[in-house]
Design a protein around this ligand. Structure first.
Ligand SMILES: Nc1ncnc2c1ncn2[C@@H]1O[C@H](COP(=O)(O)OP(=O)(O)O)[C@@H](O)[C@H]1O
Ligand SMILES: [Mg+2]
Length: 286
């Protein structure tokens, strides 16, 4: 039975040989509590396992689609199915192979990076980074993708900003992920802005803001969880592995910083990378 204060008692009664009764009351509150904790842990493990199975299913599709394209177009080229090799459509086929191959490679690299981080084996190659140059180079590389989606991509990082001590290739990777998402989830005619600013506590924020479809506040944790997407896979045509944001979060933690998301459905999204003050203004002389 449960007492009014929440504790649990087990009540046992036994007859003695003399005809009397002995009552034993045992406080089993701890036992009850532990059983409850075990059941909760089991439910969590089961749902994580289910999520992983769903994910493997999703991932197989994500890989199979571009692989089918790679093989199909490669066959066209190998067997010269469109006649003599000077047919310009061969160039198009080769382009499709490169695009599909790039996508698969990105997916596999993300998976490997995430596994490396989970195993604690990701190493940072840190150096003082000039953010203005770094953002220039990264955003310029994404400009074509933005133009293809008819969204404007602007970046404005003051050259006088102090340098940031971090791993430049990982910072580029994070930025590429965020700009890639902004392009993917912003309909034609929208705008994307990449900015950097010093915070009052001496930290530095790198932000990617878009005017795209946004997401509901309660979906943000889903967007950040590995193997999840904030939008229903059935209703959103965009491909994706759902690894970009969790990976970016993990890379920010490795930098001692964090990632924050502000978003509203239909209004847009702003993702911020917040680097701690200890990483700002550390130059070669330091
Ligand atoms: N800029 C954005 N605008 C709207 N939704 C976004 C944006 N960035 C991320 N999301 C949501 O978060 C999910 C997870 O993003 P991510 O981890 O990069 O995976 P993927 O891009 O492969 O779907 C996306 O599927 C999408 O639902
Ligand atoms: Mg992404």
């Amino acid at each position: 039975m449960q007492l009014r204060d929440g504790r649990w008692l087990r009540i046992e009664e036994r007859r003695t040989s003399g005809g009397g009764t002995v009552g034993v009351r045992t406080d089993i509150t701890d036992l009850k509590q532990r059983t409850l904790e075990l059941a909760t842990a089991r439910d969590l493990a089961e749902s994580a396992n289910q999520r992983k199975s769903d994910y493997v299913h999703h991932l197989s599709h994500e890989l199979r689609t571009p692989l089918t394209a790679v093989l199909g177009f490669a066959e066209i080229l190998r067997d010269q199915l469109m006649g003599p090799p000077d047919n310009p459509r061969y160039r198009e086929a080769a382009g499709q192979i490169v695009t599909a191959g790039d996508y698969m490679l990105e997916l596999i690299n993300n998976l490997l990076d995430l596994a490396r981080i989970e195993a604690g084996r990701m190493e940072l190659y840190e150096e003082p980074c000039n953010l203005s140059l770094l953002v220039d180079a990264t955003a310029a590389m994404m400009a074509e993708r933005a133009a293809r989606g008819s969204v404007s991509l602007n970046w404005d990082v003051p050259p006088e900003l102090p340098c940031l001590f971090g791993d430049p290739s990982l910072i580029r990777q994070m930025l590429t992920n965020l700009i890639g998402n902004a392009v993917k989830f912003t309909p034609a005619g929208g705008r994307i802005a990449v900015e950097a600013a010093l915070e009052s506590d001496g930290g530095l924020t790198l932000s990617v803001r878009d005017t795209g479809r946004g997401m509901a506040t309660d979906k943000i944790p889903l967007a950040l969880a590995a193997f999840c997407q904030a939008h229903d896979r059935m209703t959103v045509p965009e491909h994706g592995s759902g690894l970009g944001l969790p990976l970016t979060c993990a890379l920010m933690s490795l930098h001692g910083g964090r990632l924050s998301i502000d978003s509203a459905p239909g209004e847009g999204t702003c993702v911020r990378l917040l680097f701690p003050a200890a990483r700002v203004g550390v130059d070669e002389a330091a």
